[in-house]
Design a protein around this ligand. Structure first.
Ligand SMILES: [Zn+2]
Ligand SMILES: [Zn+2]
Length: 169
């Protein structure tokens, strides 16, 4: 099969973020993995949080989380990072679900929105601790790069109607 990015005929791997691309193009799109040295260099996080498999996490999203943590000045609890799923962008190692302690979920969203890195942002109202999904996908201008979730398994546009519900929690 032909890689959709470089056009070379090889074994291609499909992911939601990359489409059907070769290993090399997949790495170019998703960026480099965290190394033990990179984990050491962070200001706030370590590989011992709930990243799934820390070696499969990409530098882009972990750095963005560390920057966000520094900006908000409050603890951030990681719910999950890399996951072996067939849907979404967690299998690419570019996504984290989390909540920021002591911040309303709307304020969490506004804080994360300041960072260019978070191309994908989802707002989850139904979690025990309402929080965000953040990821460093390729494109933030697609309609599916922003969403809200009021109930498990239900996703809605991040619009006025959603924020009217969010403001009540
Ligand atoms: Zn390629
Ligand atoms: Zn997620």
């Amino acid at each position: 099969m032909l890689c959709e990015k470089c056009g070379i005929k090889t074994v291609v791997i499909y992911t939601i973020n990359t489409g059907n691309v070769c290993d090399k193009c997949k790495d170019e799109i998703n960026g480099v993995n965290m190394t033990p040295e990179e984990w050491e260099s962070l200001d706030y996080f370590s590989e011992y949080e709930k990243w799934g498999d820390p070696s499969k996490m990409k530098l882009s999203i972990v750095r963005a989380m560390d920057d966000l943590r520094g900006y908000v000045g409050k603890p951030i609890h990681i719910h999950c990072g890399w996951e072996n799923r067939t849907t979404g962008v967690h299998p690419d190692g570019i996504a984290v679900d989390f909540h920021i302690e002591g911040m309303h979920v709307i304020d969490q969203f506004l804080a994360a929105s300041r960072f260019d890195a978070f191309n994908g942002l989802g707002v989850y109202l139904w979690w025990n601790n309402p929080g965000l999904h953040g990821d460093t996908r390729q494109n933030k201008l697609t309609s599916d790069s922003r969403w809200g979730s009021v109930k498990k398994g239900q996703y809605v546009p991040l619009d006025k109607i959603f924020f009217e519900l969010a403001i009540k929690i």
